[in-house]
Structures are given as C-alpha cells and as structure tokens.
Design a protein around this ligand. Structure first.
Ligand code: AMP
Length: 210
C-alpha cells in the first residue's frame, strides 16, 4: 500500500505513520527526519536546508523531490510506504505522479490551529538521543532532562512560537491545496485528530479500509 499522510505540522502525522508502519510492515518515510539527519551530519544538502527549516519555510521543491526519488528507489519501499511530510506543495505532488507512483490513499489529519500551537510550543526533544516529550502531555520525570539518557531536553528552533505561526501560514497557503488535488482523484479521507492519540489511530486505520 502506498500512503500519504497530510496535515498541518504538529497534527500527529509522525505518530500515525509509526503505527501504520508497524501494522502494515511498510516503511514510514519522513522528509523532515531525512533532512534533520542530513543536518546533524553536516552534509551539503543539510546545510542548504537549515536556513529554511529555522525560518519555518519549506525547503525548495527540487531538493525534497531529489530526496524522495532517492528514498523511494530503495528496496524496502518496493511493497509500499507511508509518506509523512511529503508532498507539501502541488509541484511535489505532480513530481510523484511523474515518477509513475500510484498512491492508494491520502489520509488528512485535521487539527485546529489553536491546538497545533499549544502542542508544538510544548514539544521538547532530547539533544542526544532524539526522544520526544511534551511539557504538558508527555512530561519527563525530571524537568528538562531526558528519561532515556539523562541528556538535556531542548526546544527545536522550528517549534518556537513565532516559527510555529509561520509554519502554519505556510501550511495553509502551500500544502492545504493538496486536499483538493487528492480529493479530485477520489483517494482523500479526512480524519479529525482526537485528544487521545489512540482514538486518532483507530480513525486512521478505519480510513485505510473504507
Ligand atoms: P517536519 O518534521 O515534517 O515538520 O519537517 C521539518 C521541516 O523540514 C519543515 O518545516 C520544512 O522546512 C522541511 N520539510 C520537510 N518536508 C518537506 C517538504 N516535503 N517540502 C519542503 N520542506 C520540507
């Protein structure tokens, strides 16, 4: 199965991608994770992407399309995949079509902006192992310290409140039009993101069957 998870940044796509990945045994492909990994390794692509990410802007289409072409060409994607965070613009969706990839289903996880802002501003990540926390919903045992490896927890630059607002604006302007794009193909299903992650998962899995 070839799936796309759509939704605003912070809508919970990553969590749902992980669940589906385990259930269907297909890889979850997150362009955000690939870019962050490149950034931490200091590669040319990572450095090129940094200023866009820090400003809450999208990395240019040609860069992310190149990343996706590379990643989807790997053996583990031959039986399907879940795209988390790609496509984010109409040209990116058109590039997927041009690659001859037939997407089976697009799940759009809808969460109101106010909730996104509350969720993202409270997000913290371990500087060392990358474990994620939330000041309100998933607090570590000791404030600011990772439960897994005791390293310091930090707030990603792109989770700072100003950047979150910018990312939401970018989402509404550049990514939301994809809903119409995939709705016209008859493969879009909308899931209302719930307070409880497990409830959202149940709705997401149901949307795969319809
Ligand atoms: P994410 O973790 O998916 O929210 O991605 C973090 C950041 O990586 C985004 O705010 C963008 O700057 C960049 N990024 C990830 N995926 C894409 C994409 N498909 N197109 C453009 N930029 C992207």
């Amino acid at each position: 199965m070839k799936l796309i998870l759509l939704g605003a940044p912070g809508a919970g796509k990553g969590t749902q991608a992980e669940v589906i990945c385990n259930k269907l045994n297909i890889p979850a492909v997150s362009t955000g994770n690939i870019i962050r990994e490149a950034l931490s390794k200091g590669t040319e692509m990572g450095l090129k992407a940094k200023s866009y990410i820090d400003a809450g802007q999208l990395v240019p289409d040609d860069v992310v399309i190149g990343i996706i072409k590379d990643r989807l060409g790997k053996d583990d994607c031959s039986n399907g995949f879940i795209l988390d965070g790609f496509p984010r613009t109409i040209p990116q969706a058109e590039a997927l079509d041009a690659m001859g990839i037939d997407i089976d289903r697009v799940i759009d996880i809808e969460v109101p902006d106010e909730k996104i802002i509350a969720r993202m501003s409270g997000r913290r990540v371990c500087k060392s192992c990358g474990a994620t926390y939330h000041t309100e919903y998933k607090a570590p045992a000791m404030d600011g310290v990772c439960d897994v490896c005791d390293a310091e927890l930090i707030q990603r630059k792109d989770d700072h409140p100003d950047t979150v607002l910018e990312r939401l604006e970018v989402y509404h302007k550049q990514t939301e039009p994809l809903k119409d794009y995939y709705s016209a193909k008859g493969i879009l299903r909308v899931v209302e993101g719930q307070e409880d992650v497990a409830d959202t998962t149940a709705l997401t899995l149901k949307a795969l069957e319809d």
